[in-house]
Write a protein that binds this ligand. Structure first.
Ligand code: SAH
Length: 396
């Protein structure tokens, strides 16, 4: 071994999961001596197996339960701009093949070999979200590698989610290259949308639902459509483009609805598109009181299960949402429901949806059970990173 990085030794037996291909090492699997604890969060280290042989190079964070995130099993590999460039190139090649138009998640963390880091692409604007201390420290060579590969007009560094908090990182938002003026345009399956990437707005776009938006839109022809938790119109506007008679997008965020209305206009569907700013459950209760019904109801809420302790409460919320939504679907109509909760397994989500449907006094059948689009790949050893679950049902 010829590198001079700090070395971290695994406890006896602490290399078991890593030797099976797992990319994380938990703090209790490492010898956390004073020297290890003193390392700065995000330091790149060489992980040493209990028998003294090197395991690989990893991001280290002494303050996180996920203490080490493996970057490569080639322990001597330099982790520099060239390394990052190569990983970016691989990710880009895959997206070119999967999607074609330059609007996608370019890098989806561990599954793309970038532990705790995502990168979204909006044509010539790129947004990097460093959610691990290691990614945070590598921002400079990462920006340089991105710049060399894509020559984007603008590179935004942004992150304010719970993942940063777990790593002991403060929220960040700054522009590493170029400028941002106004919302940026993006395309999905031929539709045009707008995303506001500026500070203070809910940033970005949820590319993970790209294919599900098209899937749901296939049931929108001549339909009256309700798009709950619409954000900036991803589902609703795609449905309008696919021949919906009317679309109502409901969200409690006015700025998100403003972008949704602009997107409807960009797609020439403004005449069939309306928005309402409301709390989703209140909207559903009121629509119930008024016996309002729709041919297609779609609900893509924020995560109801934010941590393991909310599991039961969140499950009940999904069940209630399914019940209230199912009650608004006309006989023979369609219902699309999604969960982006990491801590809600697909089986449990399906169970709650089935119970909600039954509690609404309705029956039906699941036509599609899907997840995130493939520009959000899943590391084979991290099945829990397949956070997005979606069901499309016909309702009797
Ligand atoms: N369906 C969207 C993504 C939804 S993200 C898409 O395709 O892009 C979740 C959305 O729910 C956000 O826009 C947020 O403003 C909205 N939201 C969160 N809580 C809400 C509530 N209680 N009532 C209505 N909208 C809510």
């Amino acid at each position: 071994m010829s590198n001079d990085r700090p070395r971290l030794k695994l406890q006896p037996g602490g290399d078991k999961r890593a030797m099976l291909g797992h990319p994380w090492i938990f703090s209790n699997e490492l010898v956390m001596d004073a020297a290890a604890k003193a390392l700065p969060p995000g330091e790149i280290v060489t992980v040493i197996r209990p028998d003294g042989r090197p395991l690989g190079a990893a991001f280290f964070n002494p303050h996180s339960l996920i203490a080490a995130r493996l970057l490569t099993r080639d322990a001597d590999r330099a982790i520099d701009e060239a390394f990052l460039h190569k990983r970016l190139q691989r990710a880009l090649k895959l997206r070119d093949r999967l999607i074609g138009a330059p609007f996608y998640r370019l890098v989806h963390a561990e599954a793309d070999g970038f532990p705790g880091c995502t990168i979204d692409r909006f044509g010539d604007v790129v947004v990097v979200e460093p959610n691990s201390a290691g990614a945070d420290r590598l921002i400079e060579p990462l920006v340089a590698a991105l710049d060399r590969l894509l020559k984007p007009r603008t590179i935004v560094i942004s992150g304010d989610g719970p993942a940063r908090t777990l790593e002991g990182l403060a929220p960040i938002h700054h522009i590493a290259k170029g400028t941002l003026d106004g919302a940026v345009e993006l395309q999905e399956h031929g539709a045009h949308f707008l995303a506001d990437l500026a500070e203070g707005q809910k940033t970005g776009w949820f590319y993970d639902q790209r294919d599900n938006r098209l899937l749901a839109a296939r049931f929108a022809k001549d339909a009256d459509v309700l798009d709950l938790y619409s954000y900036s119109g991803g589902f609703g506007v795609q449905s309008a483009r696919h021949g919906a008679k009317s679309v109502l997008s409901v969200d409690r965020s006015q700025p998100a609805l403003e972008l949704a209305r602009r997107a409807a206009a960009l797609n020439g569907t403004a005449d069939r598109y309306a928005t309402e700013s409301a709390e989703a459950f209140e909207f559903l209760e009121q629509a119930g009181g008024e016996h309002r019904t729709f041919d297609l109801v779609m609900a893509d809420p924020p995560a109801f299960v934010k941590s393991k302790k909310d599991f039961h409460q969140g499950g009940r919320a999904y069940r209630k949402l399914a019940r209230l939504c199912a009650a608004r679907v006309r006989t023979g109509g369609f219902l699309f429901l999604a969960s982006c909760s990491h801590h809600m397994p697909a089986e449990e989500f399906r169970t709650q949806v089935a119970r909600g449907l039954h509690e609404a006094g309705r029956s039906g059948r699941i036509l599609h059970a899907t997840g995130a689009a493939p520009d959000h790949p899943v590391h084979p050893m991290l099945p829990e990173s397949a956070y997005l679950k979606a069901l499309l049902l016909q309702v009797d």
